[in-house]
Design a protein around this ligand. Structure first.
Ligand SMILES: [Zn+2]
Length: 250
């Protein structure tokens, strides 16, 4: 039964299915089948856009809506008489697929890279970039800021300033863990820009700490990634961190 399969997808990874059989399955199972066949990971913060075909996001949204409706029913909320919750399942499904988790389902935004013609080799700082995400433990919001330090060389590809924010948004718009999010963003920038040094600092507020659990109101978490020249050169690292603290207080 499809229901069992979705509960334990790993249990039957390599059963061959014809296109016809696949078409009869819900979109989520079709997409999962393709991922498993390709031996691709599909954790909460993975982008799976290459496995989603035209029209399937609409189908996914309908599936999420139906299951969200079941969650509301399990919470014993009368979504028929309570006009506030009539359309909640639909709104939440749209929010997940099209907004807050969109970075899982769509390819990376188009980014034009241009060669470093003027051979810039000075420390460049981008930020603070406002980032919004959700923790994959509780699906609670994460709000924060990211600073990016780049030390280009003559072979680096430069990208427009606004593109850093678009790439960050694409990576953060998934259920995330802050440590993994900064590493993912660093990998993406490393690959595109190919700088001599790359530094990233993310400071964020985790709402699962405010809304539930310890209800700590002062719980910003800071993570950083330092690569290349930023690892080797303490002065460069210091310069980046001092510019960053000056920026954040202004
Ligand atoms: Zn959490």
């Amino acid at each position: 039964m499809p229901r069992n399969r979705s509960a334990s997808p790993e249990a039957s990874p390599r059963i061959f299915r014809s296109e016809e059989e696949l078409a009869a399955l819900p979109a989520s199972e079709r997409i999962r089948y393709r991922l498993v066949q390709a031996e691709r990971r599909y954790h909460a913060n993975d982008n799976i856009s290459a496995f989603v075909r035209d029209g399937e996001l609409g189908e996914l949204k309908a599936e999420v809506q139906a299951r969200m409706q079941a969650v509301l029913e399990a919470l014993v909320i009368d979504t028929v008489s309570d006009h506030n919750t009539n359309e909640t399942a639909k709104r939440v499904a749209k929010m997940y697929i099209e907004e807050v988790f969109r970075g899982r389902y769509v390819p990376i935004p188009a980014v034009t890279e241009f060669p470093n013609i003027s051979r810039l080799n000075e420390l460049m700082i981008v930020g603070p970039i406002t980032v919004r995400s959700a923790c994959s433990h509780h699906m609670c919001p994460i709000f924060g800021k990211v600073w990016i330090g780049i030390l280009p060389n003559e072979h680096s590809n430069l990208i427009g300033l606004s593109k850093y924010a678009r790439i960050a948004d694409w990576i953060m718009s998934r259920p995330q863990i802050q440590e993994e999010a900064v590493t993912m963003l660093a990998n993406e920038l490393q690959e595109r820009v190919r700088p001599d040094g790359l530094a990233l600092v993310m400071e964020a507020d985790h709402f699962c700490m405010h809304w539930r659990g310890v209800k700590d109101t002062e719980s910003a978490m800071v993570n950083s990634v330092m690569r290349g020249a930023f690892l080797k050169d303490a002065n460069l690292r210091r310069e980046f961190l001092s510019l960053l603290s000056r920026k954040s207080t202004s």
